[in-house]
Each structure stands twice: as C-alpha cells, then as structure tokens.
Design a protein around this ligand. Structure first.
Ligand code: FAD
Ligand code: GLY
Length: 389
C-alpha cells in the first residue's frame, strides 16, 4: 500500500526555475505548497546561461513569443528585487547577480554580417531597439574582440542574471515561505473521475493536493503527452585569470556572435566567470558532454575573443531545454486538479517570474495577461490528454 502524507493546496512536480518561482509565489500568497523534484534542481535551469534576452533571442516568425519575452523582463526585475528584499528582511543576503549592460551581437565575416543585418531588420520591425555598429565601434565597446569582427548591433534592453545564484535565492525564498521539499521522482499522476488528485512517486508515496502544478521541464513527456520534446544544449564555464582581471573586465556585457554561420554566446559574470554556450541538438534526454560540442564552443569563442584561450576551464555541462513545436511555453489548466507550466525552451529563466504570476492567476481563476493567450496548455492536443503510465 502506498503511504499517503497530508494533502496540500498545491503539489509542484519539478524544482527547476519554473517550479521554484511558482512555488515561491504561491507560498508567499498563503498556499500550502509541497515540491517534489528528482534531481535536486540540477535540470536545464542549472545549466543555463542566464540571459534575459527578448531582443537577441527574437527570431523570424516568433512575434507573439517576443511579445511574451518582452513582458517578462520587467516582471523578472520586480520579482528578483522582491525576492532579494524578502530574504534580506529575514537576515539572508542572496543577490541574484542581475546585469543591465545589454547584449552586443557581432558578426565575424561578410556573410555573418548579412545574416545579422537581416535579423536586426526583423527585430527593428517589431519595435525592438538595437543600434547598428561598425567593426571599430564594436571593438571600442569590447576591446578584446577579434580584429576580424565585421560589426555589431547593441541591444540595451537585454539583461542577464546569474541563474545559479537566482536558483539558490529562490530555494531559500521557498524555504522561508514554508514550501515543503521532497526528493523523489513522480512515476505517475493520480486522478479520480477525470480530475487529477495528486502524484505517486517511484518510492510508492502518494501525494494528494487540491492542484498539481506540472513543471517537469524536458521530462514532462514521461508523465503527460502534451508535446514537450527535449533539446540538448552543451555549455561551458570558463574563468578569466586574476592577472587579466586586474586590468578590468575582459567582457563588459553579453556578446552573441555569428561565426561562419554558427552561433555562440559569451555571458560574463561579476566574479570573473564567462559562460560560453550553447549547442542545440535533438538527442532525446541525453545529457552527455561530447568532445565535438566542447570543441565547437571553444573554437567559436576563440574566433570572437582570442584571449579566451588564456581562460581556465571550469566546467562543461549539458542540459535539456523543454522544447515545443512553436518554441513557446505551455501554460494553463488541463483539468480541475492539474495545471501545466512547461515548454519554456530557450527562455525559461527569463520567463520564470511572468510564469509564476500567470500560475497564481490560473489558480485564482483570474484572467491572464493578454501576452499569454497564444500559449495555452492545450494547443497541441485537440483530442484531449493522454497521461503516460
Ligand atoms: P528544469 O530546470 O529542467 O527543471 C525541471 C525539473 O523537474 C528538474 O529538476 C527535474 O529533475 C524535475 N523533474 C522532471 N520530471 C520529474 C518527475 N517525474 N518527478 C520529479 N521531478 C521531475 N533560458 C533563459 O531564459 N536564458 C538563458 O540564457 C538560457 N540558456 C540556456 C542554456 C542551455 C545550455 C540550456 C539547456 C537552457 C537554457 N535556457 C535559458 C533555457 C532554460 O534553462 C529552460 O527553459 C528552463 O530551465 C526550464 O525550466 P524548467 O523548470 O521547466 O526545467
Ligand atoms: N537561451 C539560450 C539557450 O537556450 O541556449
């Protein structure tokens, strides 16, 4: 017989950035919240680069997603400030490492420049502010860039956060707000008369709740067939040596490059770390780091920023982005007891605060912000939901 702890208002399945942000918001609003996570919050959110980049992530055909991503920036800034201040009031200083220096998108050769110009035209047509720069103006902003760089575009509305600090702060905020954490893997959701009532773990424990909030990222398809597919990303963490840091920051803002047709980004952190990412591969739930992935990232980083060959190698990791057919999240009610918040693909860190707000609205049966209307949980499943058992 499965053991059955007391029921809670909400059971959150998945403790990545989406589950944590939602749990924090709901518990702060007074709900009793239990969060079950299988990996100790080491999913895609831990691997991520932490860019909050509605401008430089905007690609052709994604107007509605771009609108959502733009709305996510002020929501993130408010949420992070509120989280930091709530922790400070309880005696804990956990700054999340928000940076507001913008993104510099650069191109290596003439073809790359043409590709960047086409993207910039599209971004400008959406009203996104980005300033076109010559090669020398680009290098005046970031003097360590290669002399081969053909030019760039500065997007001041993109931000970044140290996602690992943010996750640590979210976890501390959840604990302070009374969220109960459970280490365990949900094997299946439980239901009665068409309504989800809880979840059963592989250890045989059945957790019941008024609402189950499914935030299981790229692994969602194991529990519910809603159209989430893992998209693997390999990513590196390098460290700028002290002797270089003594002369000032080697990179003062996020740099995203098109390098002979392939893309790379370099995201600096206050402590001297530079995050270099990321591959994009359809490999199922595989998170192996490959020699080819590391080579590609180091080569592209070196082409843009030759001095990166002097950085020390700290970490190579792979995470799986929760992808969907339109690259946008799935948010909303599936049945009276089940709410879905997943599929955030390349922008889960950026969208975390806006998602937490939206989840709170769904649970309160309040209207969602209009930016969410194209991204309902049911849009890929007209014939209804098939729980995976
Ligand atoms: P996850 O962080 O993967 O968390 C899901 C959690 O659910 C995991 O902890 C897992 O253990 C748990 N889980 C799954 N199934 C079960 C189960 N059955 N039972 C219990 N627990 C379960 N986004 C940005 O906004 N900016 C970026 O710069 C950025 N860079 C990225 C770089 C890389 C290399 C990658 C891979 C992603 C990047 N992303 C970025 C995307 C972002 O990381 C994701 O969109 C986001 O982390 C998704 O959050 P999540 O909470 O849904 O998933
Ligand atoms: N948003 C960056 C990535 O997913 O790699």
């Amino acid at each position: 017989m499965p053991t059955q702890p007391a029921s809670t208002d909400v059971l959150v399945v998945g403790g990545g950035v989406i589950g944590l942000a939602a749990a924090y918001r709901l518990a702060s609003d007074g709900a009793t919240v239990r969060l079950v996570d299988a990996s100790g919050t080491r999913g895609a959110s831990w691997a991520a680069a932490g860019m909050l980049a509605p401008v430089s992530e905007a690609i052709f055909g994604e107007r509605e997603l771009t609108r959502l991503n733009l709305a996510a920036v002020p929501a993130f800034v408010r949420f992070a400030a509120q989280l930091e201040s709530a922790l400070r009031e309880s005696g804990t200083e956990l700054p999340v490492g928000l940076r507001t220096d913008g993104t510099l998108a650069v191109a290596l050769n003439a073809d790359d420049r043409a590709a960047l110009d086409r993207l910039t035209e599209f971004r400008n047509s959406l009203g996104l502010a980005s300033e076109r720069l010559t090669g020398s103006a680009t290098r005046r902003l970031e003097p360590y860039l290669s002399t081969a760089v053909r030019g760039g575009v500065l997007a001041l509305d993109d931000l970044s956060v140290d996602n690992r600090r943010y996750l640590t702060a979210l976890r501390a905020g959840c604990e302070a707000a009374g969220v109960e954490f459970v280490a365990g893997e949900v094997a299946q959701l439980t239901s009665r008369e068409g309504r989800t009532t809880g979840a059963l773990t592989t250890d045989g424990v059945e957790f019941s709740a008024g609402t189950v909030l499914l935030c299981s990222g790229a692994a969602t398809g194991r529990l519910l067939d809603v159209g989430v597919q893992p998209v693997k990303g390999q990513i590196l963490r390098l460290a700028v040596p002290e002797r270089l840091r003594a002369a000032g920051e080697v990179l003062t803002r996020t740099v995203r490059g098109i390098v002979r047709g392939s893309e790379v980004y370099l995201v600096p952190r206050a402590g001297g770390e530079v995050v270099v990412g990321a591959t994009s591969e359809q490999q199922g739930e595989d998170t192996t780091v490959t020699a080819g992935g590391v080579y590609e990232l180091l080569r592209n980083a070196y082409e843009l920023l030759p001095i990166s060959s002097e950085f020390s190698f700290v970490e190579a990791r792979a995470g799986t982005r929760p992808g969907t057919a339109d690259n946008a999240p799935l948010l909303g009610r599936i049945d009276d007891g089940l709410v879905l918040a997943t599929g955030h693909y390349r922008n889960g860190i950026l969208l975390s605060a806006l998602t937490a707000e939206a989840v709170a609205a769904v649970l309160a049966n309040a209207p969602l912000a209009p930016e969410w209307s194209p991204f309902g949980a049911a849009r890929f499943r007209s014939e209804g939901y098939a729980p995976c058992r």
